[in-house]
Design a protein around this ligand. Sequence first.
Ligand code: UD1
Length: 419
Amino acid sequence: MEDCVLINGGKRLEGETTVQGSKNAGLPLIAAAVNLGGVRVLKNIPRISDVFDFLKILSFYNVKSTFVDNELKIDSTELRNPSEADFEKIISLSTKIRSSTYLLGAVLTKLKYLRLPKPGGCKLGTRPIDIHLSALVTLGGRVKEEHDYYIIELENLVEKDIDFRYPSVGATINTLLVAINGKKSIIIKNTALEPEVNAVIEYLNKSGKSVERIKNNIRISPSERNKNIDFKNPSDRIVMGDLLLSAIATKGELTIKGVNPIEIKALIRKITKSPCNLYINNDKIIYSPHCVLHGIIKTDPYPSFPTDLQAQYASAMLASGGSGQIVERVFGSRFEYAKQLELFGGNLKISNRRLSIYKSCLHSATVQATDLRCGAALVIAGLSVNGYTRINNLHIIDRGYEDIVKMYNNLGADLKRIE
Ligand code: UD1
């Protein structure tokens, strides 16, 4: 039997919850810790399979890591390039996760030579890494493309300003991690504004580096300082959004604690367009029933509506009895989940980058998680309908959610993991 989650749905979510550490900040923070060198401690790192896979990849570079609860100790004092046999294992692991690209920021400046596997991760259309690579070439690197990896060399860093054609999150962080090792100031223009980038900047600055955000540009000045500090990974804003949307889908009542609600301002703005009780109190969001989601969502880089929440929004829209449209503007193809929502009785229509959602009456279903956020969206649909829903490919959900079963069961849901 395939790994799956069984949901006995139709129960209102109720109670108080905290949110796991961020996946998309945690992964580049690990890369930053390796780049800074020595033995470093990161707190609040989620125990998710993307993190374990990235740590496994790093282990082939002789980076040792130990987890105690959510505290991660990373020792990269004896960093070295992997053996030929290990490189084959790295290639196969990298097909699973997109964040293998953070190897570049983690190890290149120390090792000066890297074979970077072509990354995997969710199937969201073509996901090139040309912005990362062209920035690297500007900084004096040499890149050669092979069948399933790039050979990257960086002998001497050339301090030149960079202007991104698109504010890519991964490219911003990788370029930043390479540029902090320069001897002169560099400005990177048109960088990503996502909170995950700011978490990395904060970590670097607290560690003695000199990185300044000037609107959507970043100035990196040389700094020989290298302090060893423990750093806390922020909470996961996408999981915060999931929780809010699952409360809407189940007509529930939740208090979500220890979060920074401003990070999902775009979602909160959309939700509060419908009459509902949503209160924000510093690091808490309190939601009580009930609201019907309507309207048009357009995804774009931060601070616009996050592409990583659109599937869950579509699911909650259907569950709440609403209707509307989603326009995906970040990735070429991100509506695979719509076919799965149709199996719940959802009435949806895809036309290019636009998904139309019509008022529907959902029922339980057997479905497949085709990508990480598709999985999160299907869980929300399953929570909202009476009867048993089965979601196959639980391992895809485990890529980004520490324990989705426990997270929802603590709020009164009835989920069971079957492996
Ligand atoms: C990160 C997140 C991902 C999120 C995305 C957008 C991680 C591990 N993943 O992904 O969950 O959905 O930000 O918020 O943090 N692009 C290029 N060339 C490049 C790089 C990107 O064309 O070199 C394009 C991509 O194909 C995509 C868009 O830019 O269309 C966004 O990509 P990017 O911001 O790089 O996303 P990731 O860093 O991969």
